[in-house]
Design a protein around this ligand. Structure first.
Ligand SMILES: NC(=O)c1ccc[n+]([C@@H]2O[C@H](COP(=O)([O-])OP(=O)(O)OC[C@H]3O[C@@H](n4cnc5c(N)ncnc54)[C@H](OP(=O)(O)O)[C@@H]3O)[C@@H](O)[C@H]2O)c1
Length: 187
């Protein structure tokens, strides 16, 4: 491990980033017009039957990192969806700046995205623009996966800010029934 320092002060291991090991993947379900939620944060346009795809991709990666607001939204889901997520044998990490936050059992809390990545450099992240933008701006993302559903909602929350972002479409990605799977590499 290379020891790094700034002005002679060692950087704690949790702050060290190793680009060659970084494999963070962002994942979102989006409408055809590119929104992950309505303006008020609701996701009523996303059919419940897509939940199984979400669980399956979480399982594939083994660790899911989410922002605290996404954690709150998950708590409002139907019991059946929540139970299947709780039962999923993966590591679930929540990022929050709040050092006094109490989470349900089964979640690990960290106070910075870097701490989350130190725990799982190849994790899947499913969140909104706050966490997504931070990770993209800090060059911590390798790949982005969208499951696009054939619905137009007109207005809403975008997954991240596309300014200055160079996305390379990955060709010939396996598709799933009823949704378009889109994958991008980040330059
Ligand atoms: N369609 C989809 O696939 C999908 C998936 C996930 C979420 N969503 C939608 O996305 C929306 C939520 O996204 P959002 O952008 O508002 O919130 P978010 O990214 O889920 O969570 C933001 C919170 O995470 C913590 N956080 C993020 N970056 C941090 C940093 N650098 N340092 C410390 N803490 C940090 C902060 O928690 P504290 O405030 O506690 O400090 C922050 O308020 C919801 O509407 C949800 O429905 C959609």
């Amino acid at each position: 491990m290379i020891r790094l320092s700034v002005g002679g002060i060692p950087i704690p291991p949790s702050k060290l980033i190793y680009p060659e090991e970084l494999m963070i993947t962002l994942y979102n379900i989006i409408s055809t017009d590119g929104f992950i939620a309505r303006k008020d944060g609701s996701e009523d346009f996303i059919p419940d039957n897509l939940w199984k795809n979400f669980l399956s991709i979480c399982k594939e990666y083994g660790t899911l990192i989410i922002g605290r607001r996404t954690y709150d939204i998950i708590q409002s889901y139907d019991k059946e969806l929540q139970d299947s997520f709780v039962a999923l044998p993966i590591r679930k990490i929540v990022v929050s700046g709040n050092k006094n936050l109490n989470l349900k059992n089964g979640y690990t809390i960290v106070n910075t995205p870097e701490d989350a990545i130190a725990l799982a450099p190849d994790a899947l992240v499913s969140s909104g623009p706050i966490l997504n933008n931070y990770l993209i701006k800090n060059h911590l993302v390798k790949e982005i996966i969208f499951h696009e559903i054939p619905v137009l909602i007109g207005d809403g929350i975008k997954p991240f800010d596309k300014t200055k972002l160079i996305l390379k479409v990955i060709d010939n990605v396996p598709q799933l029934e009823g949704i378009k799977v889109i994958k991008y590499n980040l330059d």
